[in-house]
Design a protein around this ligand. Structure first.
Ligand code: FES
Ligand SMILES: [Fe+2]
Length: 391
């Protein structure tokens, strides 16, 4: 039996010593898929058969792991008997055993298989007891976990503990435009709530200030832009959003000039997903870049940004993945540093403002979120819209 604690990732050091106290909380959207952690590649969270890792999603501590069969599981890190975290116990690749009284659980469906203290005088059937488990699916090297609304019980789980895909919204996936590609991922924790993380993601006006660098663009190159947007309407009313209609990217971004005539599409979809695809054609040859960025609530007042990218541009050029990771990491670190500073201001819960047109996507986000939480109101975009800003 392997003790789970030893296999858990060591906690990240504080972002900035003494400066990472979170600001005010946000309302959270339950009933959807969120990325919990990386399941492959290097790093402490990699899940090999028999391995476990800890994650917190929407304030819920979770124990994730992979059975010897390869099946992933995500359990609430809490024993249903007397509440000790299951991660204090053991995992042998088949069952999770609680440290306190040794109750043993099948971790995908959560069914209790053994209560060591029972005797022939007891009538209790252990198999009638369940630990809380969540649907989990693996996509693009991430474990995505479906987090049901509180009180929804075993929503989305089949009796054997596998996800009931017919009953759940689709698991998000990075779009790819060919079988051969390179990929990279980045992650950063943000000490602000998910709303600030998301509106930071769709904010066009911070680029020239937060991301100014010789290789990207300078504040002096700010110019007026017009962008077209259209609504994204999900028939299930869950993943509504909006699309920045396909356009040639801004001419002041140096890396874009190398790609031929690229066309960029940027989608935002509830609860937290930004898809950006760039498809370029040069001398009749197509090349592409695709990214999925999510901002996931860890708690009501903190979040984590994950950027997942794949491309076949420069497939054969050595070092491009390393260079992409380096610049991507710089880019995300700039956002992260800004949000650490912002969180310091937000701690006093100030009144804030959103202006037209640069903050219009943020207004749409809040309207879409309210609509999803309350089931009331119209989609904020009733058709194509044009926005103007300088960036
Ligand atoms: S608290 Fe887990 S078995 Fe008792
Ligand atoms: Fe940014």
């Amino acid at each position: 039996m392997k003790p789970i604690r030893a296999a858990a990732p060591t906690p990240e050091p504080p972002l900035v010593q003494g400066e990472n106290r979170p600001g005010p909380p946000a309302e959270l959207i339950f009933g959807d898929w969120y990325p919990a952690l990386r399941t492959d590649g290097s790093g402490p969270a990699r899940l090999r058969p028999g391995g476990t890792a800890l994650a917190t999603l929407l304030g819920i501590p979770m124990l994730l792991g992979r059975k010897n069969s390869g099946a992933l599981f995500a359990m609430r890190d809490l024993c249903p008997h007397r509440g000790i975290p299951l991660s204090a116990g053991w995992f042998d690749g088949e069952t999770v055993q609680c440290k306190y009284h040794g109750w043993r659980f099948e971790p995908c469906g959560g069914q209790c298989q053994e209560i060591p203290s029972l005797t022939s005088f007891d009538g209790l059937a252990p198999t009638k007891i369940y630990a809380n488990t969540f649907p989990v699916a693996e996509r693009d090297g991430y474990a995505w976990v479906y987090v049901p609304a509180a009180g929804a019980g075993r929503a989305g789980l089949l009796p054997d503990g596998s996800p009931d895909v017919a009953a759940l919204p689709p698991v998000p996936e990075l779009p790819k435009f060919g079988p051969r590609f390179r990929s990279a991922h980045l992650q950063a924790e943000l000490p602000c709530n998910v709303d600030h993380g998301i509106i930071g993601l769709m904010d066009p006006a911070h680029g020239p200030f937060v991301h100014q660098a010789w290789w990207w663009r300078s504040a002096a190159s700010i110019h007026e832009k017009t962008k077209k947007f259209e609504p994204i309407v999900d028939p299930r009313k869950l993943n509504d959003g909006f699309r920045m209609s396909p356009h040639a990217p801004s001419s002041n971004s140096a890396p874009y000039k190398l790609l031929g005539r690229p066309v960029t599409t940027i989608d935002f979809q509830l609860p937290n997903r930004r898809f950006e695809t760039i498809v370029a054609e040069k001398n009749g040859k197509k090349s592409w870049f695709s990214s999925l960025t999510t901002v996931t609530p860890i708690t009501a007042s903190t979040c984590r940004i994950d950027v997942l990218a794949a491309w076949d541009i420069f497939y054969h050029v050595p070092l491009v993945p390393q260079i992409a990771r380096y610049f991507g990491a710089r880019f995300v670190a700039q956002d992260q540093q800004t949000m650490i500073e912002q969180a310091r201001g937000l701690r006093s819960n100030p009144a804030l403002m959103l202006i037209d047109d640069a903050d219009k996507p943020a207004k749409w986000y809040f309207a879409l979120k309210q609509r999803r939480l309350t089931g009331q109101g119209e989609h904020p975009l009733q058709g194509p819209v044009e926005l103007h800003w300088r960036s």
